[in-house]
Write a protein that binds this ligand. Structure first.
Ligand SMILES: Cc1cc2nc3c(=O)[nH]c(=O)nc-3n(C[C@H](O)[C@H](O)[C@H](O)COP(=O)(O)O)c2cc1C
Length: 337
């Protein structure tokens, strides 16, 4: 069999089956995590169309009605199942979560990724409507708590990740197997995953798949400015900054003049009021819209060091699956022989 036919045959057979693919009804154990400003219909649909699980980020949509429209747009782009990320923020003026939740239910979405805080209050309505909940968290204790609350899957996010890695600073190499000891439901891993090697490593560490943010941010369908994608390709694993450490709300972002100013102010005893003007969402979204990398803070993980191109989401998913399969069949099997 020539190489091309062999490749097609493998794609069709899609050999990697896990508790996650079975329970959540997706072809490949690859999830595109919720991403503020980035997780829109085009990207989520492209990931799902490729057999992964794409997620629309609910709070990127200014109102629940906009979320309904965004879900409809994704439905026009793929007939395959995609989900919605609902990030539960501990803010003084919370968004109307019950209205976003109602839209998700009414739209017939069957998978929700919750993150940020306790998913408990949202579970009964999701479960009553046949929606599976994948809860993303950054510590074993929070994963165990979510499991006891009855979520359907855990997404364990290591210190390498973009966004909020929590305050324990435990990288995936320890966090994933530590969680696997305690978690009996399907569990996927995130933070630093970008390729087939990462998928195999996650499986070896006890996870049932991977969730990626940074890597999917740098794909053709990701709705951000080309200059940001080029900066990710040019960047390396040292190009991130941890902000908000003193506020105990750590965030991993791209290192730029704004992130360094934020760290400087907080290190000198500053409080959130002193940096609020620097870290506003309005400034952050400008980076993605205009390509001005210094316009605000923007999220990216250490996986930046593993990202060297801008494929379509479909090419990326196929490549990860086929590289993982090759790695298992050849390098790992060969190591035993
Ligand atoms: C641009 C960007 C925005 C993100 N926004 C959110 C968000 O709103 N809610 C959330 O749960 N996670 C968010 N994340 C985290 C991702 O869902 C995912 O957990 C993380 O990126 C995994 O680590 P990785 O970047 O190393 O793949 C964001 C990540 C990125 C890169």
């Amino acid at each position: 069999m020539d190489a091309a036919r062999k490749h097609i045959r493998r794609e069709r057979e899609s050999l990697i089956r896990t508790r996650f693919t079975e329970a959540f009804g997706v072809e490949h154990p690859i999830v595109q995590g919720g991403m503020q400003w980035v997780g829109r219909a085009e990207l989520a649909a492209a990931v799902s169309e490729a057999g992964g699980l794409g997620l629309i980020t609910a709070l990127t949509q200014p109102t629940p009605a906009d979320l309904a429209d965004e879900i409809a747009r994704a439905r026009d782009l793929t007939a395959k199942p995609f989900g919605v990320n609902l990030t539960i923020l501990p803010t003084i003026n919370p968004p109307p979560y019950d209205e976003y939740r109602q839209v998700i239910v009414d739209a017939g979405i069957k998978i929700v990724e919750t993150a940020g805080s306790n998913p408990g209050p949202h579970l009964p309505m999701f479960h009553d409507n046949g929606i599976k909940v994948l809860h993303k968290c950054t510590s074993v204790r929070h994963a165990v708590k979510a499991q006891s609350l009855g979520v359907d899957g855990i997404s364990i996010d290591g210190f390498e990740c973009a966004g909020h890695p929590g305050e324990d600073d435990i990288p995936g190499l320890v966090l994933i197997p530590a969680a696997a000891k305690e978690i009996e439901i399907p569990m996927i891993a995130s933070g630093g995953f970008a390729d087939g090697r990462g998928l195999v490593a996650a499986l070896a560490l006890g996870a049932d798949g991977i969730n990626m943010g940074s890597r999917f941010m740098c794909t053709a369908e990701s709705p951000i400015h080309q200059k940001v994608k080029d900066a990710i390709v040019a960047g390396n694993e040292r190009g991130t900054e941890l902000i908000f450490r003193t506020l105990r709300n750590t965030g991993r972002v791209a290192s730029n003049t704004i992130s360094r100013e934020v760290v400087d102010i907080l290190d000198k005893g500053g409080q959130f009021e002193d940096i609020a003007h620097l870290v506003s969402g309005k400034r952050g979204v400008k980076v993605y819209e205009t390509g001005d990398l210094e316009a605000g803070i923007w999220w990216i993980g250490t996986a930046m060091g593993l990202i060297d191109d801008i494929p379509t989401a479909g090419e990326l998913v196929s490549r990860i699956v086929s590289d993982a399969e090759d790695l298992i069949r050849s390098r790992l099997a060969g190591a035993i022989a």
